[in-house]
Design a protein around this ligand. Structure first.
Ligand code: PLP
Length: 380
């Protein structure tokens, strides 16, 4: 019978023809993928909205955009786009170093701070190594650990906050790196400077500590890693231009630590990992301190606005020091979909936080719209 013959034939081909996936690194086949926030265009298309009718509050972007000076500097850099960028971004590193009161050898730029997380993986993670992270921490630490064949060790987060004692208890002789985002995404929770200092000072010699400070600029007085670097602790701090500086689309961030730490990371970097437009815009963004403090103030007001709105609806929120809120809505996925039908893109959470959605702080008008849509969605 012809039908059976075809099946036989397919089986035969599968044996003699080596599938491409058979040639892949065995780890890559099990690699989970990152789920980004939905783009405005996709939702507009799907639900028949105009682009300007959709509010994207899904990726913790700056709703007021980048500093006009940063945009201008980027446009200007475009004129020289036929030239390769400055390899390690030394001009920008010098400027950042001055701001932090450190030297430029203590900084490495990345294509987003996510690239620096990946470089940490290349330099330090090996199969068998254990990487300690919070169960509700920013997901990229786990993704990079798995990609490098290391073992992510997820530590419980009572009250959705990183518990540094539990994290210390999870340390074994195989532990290589510990990641602490403060404020954490998606919970918005923080750890204090004192807490971080005594935690780091208690770490054994074979453990590296990474403080992810993606939202540090939204706090008045974020924890300062400098004293720990000065003491010779094995620490690295991560910052990004994607959040308060509003340059998420350009992909630029940085890591800082001891010159020894940065030298190692520089070895694993591609020669031109940053583009010239990002370098120029980031530099101008740093110069525009007014823009940053304005965005910080507006975000603080937006947090109060959304928190107040949520309380009126009897919704529990997790207090946040960042530019987003984790809101307990009951059935997270359902509310996410209902908001989306109303032109509001929020972020659905994984099953472990299934009762929540994450909502970025938008402009005052966007916050009003998202609260109104949330009210309708909850009644449905
Ligand atoms: C947004 C975010 C980053 C920044 O990523 P980029 O690659 O710089 O855009 C890093 N860490 C956390 C916790 C974040 O939420």
């Amino acid at each position: 019978m012809l039908f059976l013959d075809q099946i036989e034939l397919i089986k035969y081909y599968e044996i003699i023809i080596m599938k491409l996936s058979h040639l892949a690194n065995s780890r890559i086949l099990d690699q989970p993928t990152y789920q980004p926030g939905k783009p405005i265009e996709v939702v507009a298309d799907q639900y028949g909205f105009r682009i300007d009718e959709v509010c994207k509050l899904a990726s913790n972007e700056n709703p007021w955009g980048a500093s006009p000076n940063a945009i201008e500097a980027g446009k200007k850099a475009l004129e020289n786009v036929h030239r390769y960028p400055e390899g390690s971004g030394s001009t920008l590193r010098k400027k950042i170093a001055n701001l932090h009161g450190l030297t430029s050898e203590q900084f490495i730029l990345g294509n987003g701070s996510n690239e620096v997380i990946e470089l940490l993986g290349h330099v330090f993670m090996q199969p068998g190594d254990e990487i300690i992270l919070g169960e509700h921490a920013f997901v990229v630490y786990k993704l990079v650990s798995l990609l490098m064949g290391a073992t992510p060790v997820a530590v419980e987060m009572p009250g959705l906050r990183h518990d540094l004692e539990k994290m210390r208890d999870a340390i074994t002789e195989k532990t290589k790196l510990i990641f602490l985002p403060s404020p954490n995404n998606p919970t918005g929770t923080c750890n204090s400077e004192d807490e971080i200092y005594s935690f780091v000072r208690s770490l054994p010699e074979h453990v590296i500590f990474c403080l992810d400070e993606a939202y540090a600029e939204y706090s008045q007085d974020p924890p300062d890693l400098k004293p720990l670097i000065a003491e010779g602790r094995k620490v690295i701090g991560l910052r990004t231009f994607s959040k308060i500086h509003g340059l998420a689309g350009l992909r630029i961030g940085y890591g800082y630590g001891s010159p020894e730490m940065i030298d190692l990371l520089q070895l694993s970097r591609q020669p031109f990992n940053l583009n010239s437009i990002a370098l120029a815009s980031a530099s101008a963004a740093l110069d525009d301190e007014d823009w940053v403090s304005q965005c910080r103030r507006r975000n603080a007001a937006g947090l109060v606005q959304v928190e107040t709105g949520c309380k009126k609806m009897d919704l529990e929120i997790i207090p946040s020091r960042a530019n987003f809120l984790l809101i307990k809505v009951g059935q997270g996925q359902k509310v996410f979909e209902s908001l989306q039908e109303r032109g509001i893109i929020s972020r659905p959470m994984p099953p472990s936080l299934g009762q929540y959605i994450r909502l970025s702080i938008g402009t005052e008008e966007e916050n009003d719209r998202s609260l109104e849509a949330l009210n309708v969605s909850l009644c449905n």
